[in-house]
Design a protein. Structure first.
Length: 486
């Protein structure tokens, strides 16, 4: 069952030539055939192309001596990251049969590291959602309980990793869209610091918030992936010219003396009892490992959700203006260009995307810009300053990832405001531009559903988060548990 291995385990077997890249890829394809009818993590995949990539890697490996860190590892991508010659739909009907003419920088980096890039993973349309129920291609199901959501917007990425349909996946995080589904599906999700990973080739939702990140089965794999995709890119003006550390070297188990901040604002009344108990147990485990727990305050936390949904929708309304039915994608003809534009967007966008475009256009409109958008940007500055002040006292911050475990499909579909609160613990990280990750920290009892623990770090503090997470992971069993779907 090669698809059930971690990247490190598969790499060791490939290095010893016990197995081939083709065998590993075929194992993932067999698993997709077996479980996709119940999970629906993939929008599409090209089995022939994936096997051809594997064959090329096997051939190169047999004749060469260069060791690539991800050689032969099958990795799938959220359907918002461009791959040359593959469909790019962003979970939406408006792009029709569009095929990307170029590849994202992260894709080029993964391919250079030897990875097999295959498959388009399901997502909330244009990354707008917290449950992957907003996809034009149908709902993705949680591998732990197929009656429940996998989280969103990168729900397909989390579900595919949890269901062993790929060894790892890339997603995007605008307000928690990696960390939240990772928590609900029981895998490790990492959102890097804004600017650490190139956004070139990422279809934008909210350009000042979006960040590409990783889904993996454990922290060691996360460190490998993060090292492969990080670094400055001249094609992305927001990527930061900082050297990329050897993240795997940070996994040394030495966390004694590190200070972990526990924000009183995050232990809210609406927190599920089992989630709260699991997080408190994790905090005690960190203390046993030598970390010092320090109570901190993030006083502007209450404004985070409102601030996020003003900033994000404003940027979305501007970014999505390019989807007009004239230059590319689907088109619904009209009597004049305005009629064509309205009909195309009316038919092509789903309800949630329309809701956010309308809200974004409103907060940017004349007479409301100062009252809403400008004030939201000022609040965003205060939120970021809260974190910078806290990081003068602590090395990282520990919180729940989500307020509840995965909820039933359809449970919150008619209540957008309730749905938005699913990201209450993750949104501030994006507003502040810092790094964050979610790791498994337990399960609910009945039904058995994963619980996630969130670690937030200083800007470009990825090494510290990986060090903490790996140390915790090595003395707990949660990452070894596997979803029931098989």
């Amino acid at each position: 069952m090669l698809n059930q291995l971690t990247i490190s385990e598969l790499s060791a077997k490939l290095d010893r030539r016990e197995v081939s890249a083709r065998e590993a890829m075929q194992a993932c394809l067999d698993q997709i055939q077996k479980v996709e009818g119940r999970i629906h993590a993939f929008i599409s995949y090209d089995a022939a192309d994936a096997l051809a990539q594997a064959d090329a890697i096997d051939k190169a490996g047999a004749s060469g001596t260069t060791r690539h860190p991800l050689r032969g590892v099958p990795i799938a991508l959220k359907d918002v990251i461009a791959v040359r010659g593959q469909p790019l739909n962003c979970g939406s009907k408006i792009l029709g049969k569009f095929v990307s003419p170029y590849s994202a920088t992260v894709v080029e980096k993964l391919q250079a590291a030897g990875a097999i890039i295959f498959g388009r993973l399901n997502m909330d349309e244009f990354a707008m959602g917290s449950s992957t129920e907003n996809s034009a291609f149908g709902v993705t199901h949680n591998p732990w309980d197929t009656s429940r959501i996998p989280g969103g917007s990168s729900g397909g990425s989390a579900a595919a990793v949890a269901a062993n349909e790929c060894l790892a996946a890339l997603g995007t995080d605008t307000g928690g869209s990696i960390r939240q589904p990772a928590a609900l599906c029981g895998c490790v999700g990492f959102k890097p610091t804004y600017g650490r990973v190139s956004r070139y080739g990422l279809v934008a939702f909210a350009s000042s918030l979006d960040q590409i990140g990783t889904f993996a089965k454990d922290v060691s794999d996360t460190a490998l992936l993060l090292g492969a995709i990080s670094g400055q890119d001249p094609r992305d003006s927001t990527s930061v010219p900082r050297p990329v550390p050897d993240y795997t070297a940070a996994l040394d188990g030495r966390i004694k003396g590190l200070k972990l901040g526990l924000a009183k604002e995050y232990m809210i009344g609406g927190l599920d009892a089992e989630v709260g108990a699991a997080v408190q147990t994790a905090v005690k485990q960190f203390e046993k490992l030598g970390a010092e727990i320090v109570e901190i305050s993030l006083p502007h936390t209450d404004y985070a959700v409102a601030t996020y949904y003003i900033v994000a929708t404003a940027e979305a309304s501007a970014n999505l203006a390019r989807f007009d039915g004239i230059r590319y994608g689907a088109r619904v003809d009209g009597v004049d260009p305005t009629d064509l534009y309205c009909k195309t967007r009316g038919a092509g966008f789903g309800a949630e995307v329309k809701r956010r475009i309308i809200l974004g256009a409103y907060v940017l409109s004349s007479g409301y810009y100062d009252a809403y958008y400008l004030r939201a940007q000022k609040a965003r500055t205060l939120i970021r300053q809260d974190f910078l002040n806290a990081f003068e006292k602590v090395d990282a911050i520990i919180t729940p990832t989500t307020p509840t475990p995965a909820f039933k499909i359809g449970e919150k579909a008619d209540d957008p405001l309730h749905m938005y609160l699913s990201d209450i613990f993750t949104i501030s990280c994006n507003l502040a531009g810092i790094c964050g990750m979610s790791i498994p920290c337990g399960f609910t009892k009945e039904p058995k559903l994963p619980i996630g623990l969130q670690l937030l770090g200083k800007p470009f503090g990825e090494e510290t988060l990986l060090k903490l997470a790996h140390s915790y992971e090595q003395c707990t069993p949660w990452h070894t548990e596997r979803a029931g779907v098989s």
